[in-house]
Ligand binder design. Structure first.
Ligand code: C2E
Ligand code: MG
Ligand code: MG
Ligand code: MG
Length: 283
């Protein structure tokens, strides 16, 4: 702190730093209280983005993405409040609500479409670390009577990082015993280690949109994604490419044998009612 104050110019800098710190604490307390209220009063909602089979365009699943329509700040996207909820620990109750809401809303999709439709739910590191997490999942599967294999839990590599290989494998193994599938999200952005892939019981790998953005820009960009697809194939892991916005990206990914894709080209995140209208159609 002293160093920071010194950088800001001695005594005056210190005063300003104190003021800023105070404002920040007040702001956070306010957001925290309103997030508590929003969770309690169900003002938070989930939108769903379609995942399609790249060969043919059939919808195979949806990813649940949390939204907070805020009375003063407008529609808040997850980046505006998930990190904060992680800091305050509110992510644990919020994450439980998200999981239950997603499973409840998804429970009728397969029957309605006449085809298996999966639902993917993002899980924060803290939820994953919570000892009760597997029970939360088990209880929700039971309560909403949804086929466990149709539930995908998305984790990032960084949320697995704090664990020595064996511990992460044990926790994931406990979840896999429930019959759900595990996806590694934003693959390639963190401290990717190929050993994670072979050591952990991962079913799906999601290639981050930053890689997808580069595939039609340079041959190297495409080669990189093709390498990831080949490795996943060898390990019998399915691949979902994220952030597909253009037809040439779709074509390139299909060409290298990538199984599934997600992106604005196929559909933006939509509310649960729109999901119902879309089921059974081909994009
Ligand atoms: P993610 O899991 O990688 O989700 C994909 C993000 O990419 C979503 O942003 C989605 O709207 C966006 N996206 C999809 N297609 C395209 C595209 O074609 N182009 C571009 N530019 N973007 C695309 P969103 O909804 O803002 O979510 C951001 C991140 O917040 C998610 O990244 C995920 O890490 C986190 N998040 C979202 N919902 C939840 C949740 O329920 N729980 C937790 N713990 N985290 C969540
Ligand atoms: Mg995700
Ligand atoms: Mg992602
Ligand atoms: Mg992401």
């Amino acid at each position: 702190l002293a160093l920071y104050a010194a950088k800001r110019g001695g005594k005056h800098g210190w005063r300003q730093y104190e003021n800023e710190l105070h404002e920040e604490i007040v702001r956070r307390a306010a957001v925290r209280a309103s997030l508590d209220r929003a969770i309690a009063e169900h003002d938070i909602r989930l939108d769903y983005q379609p995942v399609v089979e790249l060969d043919g365009g059939r919808v195979v699943g949806f990813e649940a993405l949390v939204r907070w329509p805020h009375p003063e700040h407008g529609l808040l996207l997850p980046d505006r409040f998930i990190p904060l909820a992680e800091e305050t620990g509110q992510i644990v109750p919020l994450g439980r609500w998200i999981l239950r809401q997603a499973l409840q809303e998804a429970a009728g999709w397969s029957a309605r479409s006449g085809d298996d439709i999966w639902v993917a739910v993002n899980v924060s590191a803290q939820q994953f670390a919570d000892r009760g997490f597997a029970d939360v999942v088990a209880t929700a599967l039971h309560a909403f009577d949804i086929e466990p294999a149709l539930v995908v839990l998305e984790l990032t590599e960084s949320s697995l990082l704090p664990y020595e290989g064996d511990k992460a494998r044990k926790i994931l193994g406990g979840l896999k015993d429930l019959g759900v599938r595990i996806a590694l999200d934003d693959f390639g952005t963190g401290f990717s280690s190929l050993s994670h892939l072979s050591e952990l019981p991962v079913d799906i790998l999601k290639i981050d949109k930053s890689f997808v953005a580069r595939i039609t820009e340079s041959p190297d960009g495409l080669a990189l994604v093709e390498g990831i697809v080949r490795i996943a194939e060898a390990l019998r892991i399915s691949v979902v490419a994220e952030g597909i916005e253009a037809r040439d990206q779709w074509a390139a990914l299909k060409g290298i044998g990538c199984d599934f894709g997600q992106g604005f080209l196929f559909g933006r995140p939509m509310n649960a009612d729109s999901v119902h209208e879309l089921l059974g159609s081909v994009l």
